[in-house]
Design a protein around this ligand. Sequence first.
Ligand code: PLP
Ligand code: COI
Length: 357
Amino acid sequence: MLDIKIIKTDAPKAKPAPGQKLGFGKIFTDHMFIMNYTEGQGWHDARIVPFQNISLSPAAMVYHYGQEMFEGLKAYKNPDGNVYLFRPDMNAKRTNNTNDRLVIPQIPVEDFVQAVSAVVDVDRDWIPTEPGTSLYIRPFIIATDEFLGVAPSKTYLFMVILSPSGAYYESGLAPVGIWIEDEFVRAVRGGIGFAKTGGNYAASLIAQKKAHDAGYSQVLWLDGVERKYIEEVGAMNIFFKIAGKVVTPSLNGSILPGITRDSTIQLCKDWGYEVQERKISAEELLEAQKNGTLEEVFGTGTAAVISPVGKLRYQDDVMTINGGQIGQLSQKLYDTITGIQTGLLPDEKGWRVKVGG
Ligand code: PLP
Ligand code: COI
């Protein structure tokens, strides 16, 4: 249990006007959570302070060798007036899996959830309630030692910042076009692909630019060894509905174990679908498209929620999925997941976690 000191701002900012287009990750609330780690002392000085710049030495290790991690989750104001997080314990556990890989000290699951809840509680009036909006929460840790040697830092900062946000893609729920990348790779097994850390995203930018230049909104990565099997999209996991079955790449160590992926698998199983977590090649997709069994393609992620894919490009082939329209299963998953998150549907699985008393 953290002892969190709270210092509130005396200059609150103007909140977005009702109906204002929020975009994603552009607006920040009045406060942030911050806590230090010092070797020998552990995590200490948990506090909530006004949102502000931080000052670090130019030699701080995070700037040079990328020892850092981040998470993403959301808070929603429900019709009962209460604020809820969605499966925050999963983010806490994933944080520690990432931390282990990057030799960053662990944070107890309860402390992570307490820190997130506490800062969301302080800024609860910032949570937007229009359909498709929520408060995006970004916990992250950076290595702060002033040192240019390559080694794990002995000091860190853990912070949580909050951003009232709308849809991740400008197109909202309209199906997106995705580029299957067969030149650059994002991750290999044994590397850091399963960890939520900046390096994976830095490695992705060149292919994202290539896809954008060709008119596609995201990259779908292939495995880093054979460049044959589907992995995941830049900011989401990927699902296919093929001949009535739901197929998604297995967690092989090089893709992020998405929380929305896990929720999607549970819901599809509950609804009686056969769900296959397995290797799936780009060739198999082309084949399924040709014989008419590739029924739906959608991405899953906290920021992206359920994001239907209307077009997939692989080398010289462009596959149009479901006539470029959102499929029935994608729509049902979107409605169910956002319904549970926003309190319009009952929470039969205990996924909502209430913020504050
Ligand atoms: N894959 C990548 C690379 C991501 O950045 C994300 C986003 O967090 C996901 C998958 C989806 O994970 P989650 O559903 O936990 O948000
Ligand atoms: C999230 O969905 O929370 C993410 O972290 C995606 C992010 C890379 C925009």
